[in-house]
Design a protein around this ligand. Sequence first.
Ligand code: ASP
Ligand code: MG
Length: 397
Amino acid sequence: MSITVEKYGGTSVKDSARLKEIAARIAERKKENEDIVVIVSAPSGMTDSLIKRAKEISEVPKGREFDVLLSTGEQVSIALLAMALKEVGVKAISYTASQLGIVTCGNHNEARIQSVNTDLIREKIAEGYVIIVPGFQGVCEDGNITTLGRGGSDTSAVAIAAALGCKSVDIYTDVNGIYSANPQIIPGAIKHKEVSFSEMIELAGSGAKVLHTRSVELGAKYGIEIHLRSAFDWQEGTFVRSDEKVESAVIRGISGFGNLVRISYKSDKLRLSETVNTISKKGINIDLITHTMETNGGDEITCIVKEDYFEEAVEALNTISSPEDEILVEKGLAKVSVIGLGVRSKGIAASVFEILEKEGIEIHAVSCSEINISCIITEEDLNKAQNALHKKLIEEE
Ligand code: ASP
Ligand code: MG
């Protein structure tokens, strides 16, 4: 019999009332003999408050001890949910990532899952237990606790589903699906019935926070359908599935996020690989890179990075630059993205630029791929840009 793998986010386990509700629903299904593995996040707000406490002690908390701390949030949830299930007469047992063998690389705070040992899960399922697993947690080769990066519980769920050979996973959250834009900013946003893996990877990477990007990458790799749905109304949500199975749409969504900084580095002896390497080696993700060769000699490279990392990035550049080089920084930027399997082929880029121009929004940089047209604009213009693009490209189409 196939195993159901489901994940509950922070708002679903935030207090005893919610935990009891979740437990009651699992109990109903357990009565029908379903085999269930549940992955849980930390109660909502707990990871944030742990980070806050860490920052009171250390300016930039990171590394091993930070993971020991952060992983405790999920541990609270597994224990409480297992207890809530026992109270309603369901055999349930919680295990930490170390006990199970959710093995990751040793990159603390941003670890990647390498393998999941399912022996214990299978053994206990055969004994009739519901298995409760903490999301976000892992253990590396040397036995240390690791975590997968913010929002990483989704990735735990998909990795466990993959290891168990499941074809789908249910991710319960506090929204009822994936929308064409953030409904809190864009009232006309529409809920999708389905979205393709590649569109979802782009949406997640461009500001839509509903799913951890790596969870979607794993879903695509192992062909696991992700059903993102609400643990409040329990209705059908949005299915994230393979590109071939999804009915095509030119544009699937508009997303955006702020807090970006542009770093321009001008030098006569600039080497692209060295520059990018120097920044990447610090673990800093570069959101967008442009490179121009000046006709009168010298090169300029522009990198867009998250504000949190820009000081580190500039420091890194200082280690390779000479006094006559120029490093300029521009803060307060944002990225707005138009995403869909058809954006490139249908010549949407020109319309995007035209819409933004008409709104008087200045475009600082552009990047286009098969399914993503992204423009760097100022943070002040972000909501206006998202609204205008959504109205013209989705609502009026
Ligand atoms: N608790 C972690 C976080 O808040 C992981 C997760 O919820 O997915 O980022
Ligand atoms: Mg999440």
